[in-house]
Design a protein around this ligand. Sequence first.
Ligand SMILES: *[C@@H]1O[C@H](CO)[C@@H](O)[C@H](O)[C@H]1NC(C)=O
Ligand SMILES: *[C@@H]1O[C@H](CO)[C@@H](O)[C@H](O)[C@H]1NC(C)=O
Length: 356
Amino acid sequence: MWIIPNKLLIYIFWIMEIRLVSSFTSAMLCGRIPGLTAAQRQLCSEMPDALIALGEGHQLGSQECQHQFRGHRWNCSEVWQRNVFAHIMPVASREAAFTYAIANAGAAYAVTAACARGNISTCGCDGRHKSSGGDGSSISMDWKWGGCSADVDFGMRFARKFMDAREVEKDARSLMNLHNNRAGRTLVKKLLKTDCKCHGVSGSCVMKTCWKSLPPFRLMGDRLMQKYHKAKTVQVVRGKRGLRLVLSRKKHPAAVAAASQKQTLAWPKRLELIYLAPSPNYCERSLRSGSLGTKGRICQQKQGHHGPQSCDLLCCGRGYNTQYISRTVQCSCQFHWCCQVECKLCDESYEEFTCK
Ligand SMILES: *[C@@H]1O[C@H](CO)[C@@H](O)[C@H](O)[C@H]1NC(C)=O
Ligand SMILES: *[C@@H]1O[C@H](CO)[C@@H](O)[C@H](O)[C@H]1NC(C)=O
């Protein structure tokens, strides 16, 4: 059995395999997933349908992570694949913080969405947002909750039970993971939107029905990316009730040393991403630091282009190879009524740059 002591995603991978064997009874199925804790096994046999949603959440997180980091030196591509699971985020870096957060946002989001679709028998719509009159403060006086509000609390709870169950070490790294896990899940709740529908004669909006719904997942990715850029370094301190993470103060070490410990302690905020270690530069291949290197990556070579995808940055100063590519493509396509599309053939040539 290949049980890698490397945190949560391995389970989620196995969860994805559940799709393939969904004809098994849940007891058999949950018995086949290796490395589950007793609590997870229990959850699995109680709600195998929710695990399928977790698999969808894994997909969401993976695709969004790759979208957000496309073209960067670290591009999130290896993290979600099976064969390199042993090396998933070995460094407690910013990138690790993002990865855990988006994985958890994906989990909470997908379970919540599955509830609203009626795919999970033990959850459905959020009862608290149903049929009672509106509070009148946020929208208008004449509206009420109706329809199906996303039961995000259920989604978050289920994702928490499952995703956090892996962090058993109680060391600094697992505290970091737990914090970022929660930040990702909480964001889903924070970004819920309120949709309303008007009722009334011909377009008048005499009465409104409103419900909470999930925004596109892209929004989670965009927000988490902002949080990634503003992520905070933390360090571990020993408190009365065990280890805790506090924000690092690195401005003036002497001043920090002079001030009393108590004054300098500050907890990270709930929705902030936190990390313990500086990122490797991801230039060279090093599996120990979770870096695939950038040799062979396609880069952008334009005047004045200084983004992460520019050859300067992406190739880490090693330089790049230029290849002239010419090919024939379809172009100037026109639609003729009805129903034909006619295109011309054009020769296209361009330069492609790859990192040395
Ligand atoms: C969820 O429900 C829809 C229809 O309600 C169904 O088409 C879909 O296959 C279900 N998905 C899963 C993963 O059960
Ligand atoms: C991501 O990086 C890896 C390794 O450097 C590379 O093989 C892969 O093509 C990149 N993916 C994208 C979409 O750029």
